[in-house]
Design a protein around this ligand. Structure first.
Ligand code: CA
Ligand code: CA
Length: 248
């Protein structure tokens, strides 16, 4: 799974240019529950130079949510693997049971872990675009992916202000790779996720044969079929042959 994450969100690769379809509206970036469900979150990957802090919030209505009324709970105060922290793949935290109608989103405090505490003055980015500081074109900070194999959701977060380098600690500029903090999210039962079809998949969809795939691309189990233009050409040839035969 980690390999697939790195393949989908490669280090230093600009998602907004290479895979813009992964940057969705809020419907594809948060978790909407149409039934009660328990939610667990696990550390997957730390692709950041910063020591970020990562948390979540819940609401029942995104339209009334603002950066001042959002209540964030920190899950990982130092979202770092060795040598900047101690997190390992699979280290998990149980967020508990959420009721039907809940919307769950996530929060990253950029370089938040300082002097043994979460710095409340660090920039905060969330899975709800309008709550982020950038202009509309660049205010998405997260990519949510569904993984059919593991049944998990994966969330990748970009930890730098995407508009202004000067807004970031040390003046770093964002590379838009959206993998600076990656978590796995287990929603049980998964059937409670009402917006699953709005969430892009971890594995890229296979190209349709003959449309955008490599030359001669074909599913191994797919029967060889003539394409329409060949069929038409053959039909024309047969018609011409029949016409010739029927000539006296
Ligand atoms: Ca990164
Ligand atoms: Ca980044």
């Amino acid at each position: 799974m980690l390999d697939s994450v790195i393949k989908r969100l490669p280090e230093g690769s600009d998602v907004s240019k290479k895979s813009p379809e992964l940057i969705t509206d809020d419907k594809g970036a948060n978790i909407f529950l149409n039934d009660s469900a328990s939610v667990k979150v696990a550390f997957v990957y730390d692709g950041a130079g910063y020591k970020n802090s990562l948390g979540y919030f819940t609401t029942t209505d995104l339209s009334t949510l603002t950066s001042s009324n959002a209540t964030d709970s920190i899950i990982f105060s130092n979202f770092s693997s060795s040598p900047d922290g101690a997190l390992k793949l699979g280290d998990s935290f149980d967020l508990g049971l959420f009721s039907k109608g809940s919307i769950i989103g996530f929060t990253l405090v950029s370089n938040g872990w300082k002097n043994g505490m979460v710095d409340p003055t660090s920039p905060i980015f969330r899975t709800v675009k309008a709550l982020n500081p950038e202009s509309k074109a660049t205010n998405a900070h997260t990519v949510l992916l569904s993984d059919a194999t593991s049944g998990l959701l994966l969330l990748g977060i970009e930890d730098l202000n995407r508009d202004k380098c000067s807004a970031n600690d040390y003046g770093y500029c964002s590379d838009n790779d959206f993998n600076d903090a990656v978590i796995g999210i287990c929603v049980d039962p998964a059937s409670a996720i009402s917006n699953i079809n709005d969430i892009p998949t971890l594995e890229p969809p296979k190209p349709s044969p003959g449309v955008s795939g490599p030359a001669n691309w074909r599913e191994i189990n797919e029967p060889i079929t003539e394409n329409d233009s060949i069929k038409t050409q053959k039909a024309n040839e047969r018609a011409a042959a029949n016409a010739a035969k029927s000539q006296p």
